[in-house]
Every structure is written in structure tokens, then in C-alpha cells.
Ligand binder design. Structure first.
Ligand SMILES: Nc1ncnc2c1ncn2[C@@H]1O[C@H](COP(=O)(O)OP(=O)(O)OP(=O)(O)O)[C@@H](O)[C@H]1O
Length: 299
């Protein structure tokens, strides 16, 4: 359908957007995946979850990662977080090899990972206090992060007293309180309803504009991938590999009106083409099994 519209090439950029990319590439590389491969042993033989993955993420860049099921998104983020290790290749953070988890990488997952027995404020203070920051300073800092995500009225609430979107905002504040070099977000809005999700995308962009942080964000939602990103890493499956890295030609600041921008649509169409190549069967025919005696012709 989209291919039939007269869309510009997703590679075409206005001068302002091209200049923004020049500025991004002039910044230092925060995270580098260098020839990362991960093989798992399975009953059916070895599985190449990731094969020869290479990319750089520059300081304050917003990268989204998207791909079909089984392309290795979870494996990649686990390796970036230091929770798993590549079979070969390495991850470098600020030029140093990553060998395990660390506070230099903040994680925000889809499931709410707040401590249910701690208030919002205490959740946000937890990381800095564990690192040895005094309680008064930790509380002052925590209140600033909580204010930044717009939840100062809820600082003394417990997670169960908050909505799903609010809990994710606390999770973001809690990660940022540790002042990570990069925020790794694994489908953080996947469990939210469409309206809250779209609100959260807006909040996240505002937060990202206000904080010196780099973001790598995994999603399976095409619009979200385009809307948030400077660049999109599109993965392919079996073996998991980088299919294409797309520079999003949509100007910033972003707004929901841009969902119908021809450059937005062209980028979205390209990802869709990469993830669902033409001719691919999207829907498997199910076997015809009648569980009850169908007396009426429902069709
Ligand atoms: N521990 C494991 N043992 C064997 N195979 C694994 C293991 N973990 C992942 N795999 C395989 O590696 C490939 C990539 O898996 P991964 O879960 O990283 O993909 P994904 O893109 O996150 O998938 P989805 O979107 O469906 O969650 C898949 O083929 C998966 O079956």
C-alpha cells in the first residue's frame, strides 16, 4: 500500500538533518559492538543468535533496534548489559571492553522492575546510596530526577499506587540517578496501552533532550522505532545479523504530526520491507479443526 504512494527516498535528507548527522558523528563513540557473535548449543545443533554484529553509538545519540522475532534482540541487549558474553568479538564502552554488568549502563525493561516495598523516592535513591552517596545528597538528587519525570507529587507513593506509565517514568528516573553512560531500554513501553505508550514516547524525548545520556532502545513497533531514533539498527534473523542501519531523515524536535510526514512514511516502509520481505507468508494457514458442531454458517 505504502509503496504505491509517491514517497521520497528514505535516504533523502534536508540540509538541517544532514548537518545534525554530521554533528552526531563528530561526537565521541560511547558504545561499540565489534564483530559480536553469539552461538548457543541446542538439541538441534548450534544456533547463531548473533553473527558478526558491528555498530557504533555516539554520545547523546538515540538508537532504536528492531527486527523480526528471533533476530537476537534480547541476546544483544543482554550482552550489552554484561549479563551474557559474546562467543567472539567484544563490546566496548568508552573504548574499554565490557566484561559484566555495571552502573555505567542503565537498564529499563518492559516488566516493572521497581522495588515494591520502597517509595518512589527511595527507589530512585537506592542506586546512589549503594554507591556510597550520603542520604541527604541522595534525597536531593532523587527529587530532581523525580521532578524531571514529572512525578514530584508522587515521591512518597509506593509503586502499586502508580499507573503503568508512571512506574516506567520512575524506572527511567531510577536508572538516570546512577548517571549511566548509556540507557539500555528493552521494549520498555511494550506493556502499555496505545495512548500511554504515545505519551511515554513524548516524555522520553523530553528527558533525553534534558539529560546528557545516550539511548539504545529495543522495540518491535515500526512507528516507535522511527519516531524516537536518530538511527535505526534493523536486524535480520537466522543468523541474527545487521540488515541495515538507517539514518532517520525526519527533523527534530519530533511531534506526533510527523507520523504522516512523507519521510517518516518512507522510512517506515523501508523497515517494513526489510522485516517482511515481499512474498513472505505473513500468516500461516491453520489446520481446519472444528471443536463444536457448527450448525450455523457463520461466514
Ligand atoms: N539460551 C538459548 N539456547 C538456545 N538458543 C537460544 C538461546 N537464547 C536464544 N536462542 C536462540 O537465539 C535466537 C535469538 O534469540 P533472541 O531471544 O535473542 O531473539 P529475539 O529477537 O529477542 O526474539 P523475540 O523477538 O521473539 O523475543 C533464537 O533463534 C533463539 O531461539
Amino acid at each position: 500500500m505504502l509503496q504505491q504512494l509517491d514517497l521520497p527516498s528514505y535516504k533523502e535528507k534536508e540540509p538541517a538533518v544532514a548537518e545534525r548527522f554530521e554533528r552526531i558523528y563528530a561526537r565521541p563513540v560511547v558504545l561499540e559492538a565489534r564483530s559480536v557473535s553469539r552461538q548457543f548449543e541446542s538439541a538441534r545443533g548450534p544456533v547463531d543468535a548473533l553473527r558478526d554484529i558491528n555498530f557504533n553509538v555516539h554520545r547523546r545519540e538515540f538508537i532504536t533496534v528492531i527486527g523480526p522475532s528471533g533476530c537476537g534482540k534480547s541476546t544483544l541487549i543482554r550482552i550489552l548489559a554484561g549479563l551474557d558474553h559474546p562467543t567472539s568479538g567484544q563490546i566496548l564502552l568508552d573504548g574499554k571492553p565490557v566484561s559484566g554488568p555495571g552502573p555505567d549502563r542503565g537498564m529499563v525493561f518492559q516488566g516493572y522492575t521497581l522495588f515494591p516495598w520502597l517509595t518512589v523516592k527511595k527507589n530512585v535513591m537506592f542506586g546512589p546510596i549503594s554507591k556510597g552517596l550520603g542520604p541527604t545528597r541522595a534525597e536531593q538528587d532523587a527529587m530532581q530526577w523525580i521532578q524531571m519525570v514529572g512525578l514530584e507529587k508522587f515521591a512518597d507513593h509506593y509503586p502499586h499506587q502508580l499507573s503503568g506509565g508512571m512506574r516506567q517514568r520512575v524506572a527511567i528516573a531510577r536508572s538516570l540517578a546512577n548517571q549511566p553512560r548509556i540507557l539500555l531500554m528493552d521494549e520498555p513501553f511494550g506493556a502499555l496501552d496505545a495512548q500511554t505508550r504515545s505519551q511515554m514516547q513524548g516524555y522520553l524525548q523530553q528527558i533525553w533532550q534534558n539529560v546528557d545520556v545516550t539511548i539504545l532502545f529495543i522495540t518491535h513497533d515500526l512507528d516507535e522505532a522511527v519516531y524516537l531514533a536518530d538511527r535505526i539498527i534493523v536486524l535480520a534473523a537466522h543468523p541474527g545479523r545487521v540488515n541495515e542501519i538507517i539514518e532517520v531523515p525526519v527533523p527534530r524536535p519530533r511531534s506526533p504530526q510527523q507520523f504522516m510526514d512523507p519521510r517518516f512514511l518512507a522510512t517506515r516502509a523501508r523497515i517494513s520491507e526489510l522485516i517482511h520481505p515481499p512474498g513472505e507468508h505473513r500468516e500461516e494457514k491453520l489446520p481446519l479443526i472444528r471443536m463444536t458442531l457448527a450448525t450455523d454458517d457463520v461466514l
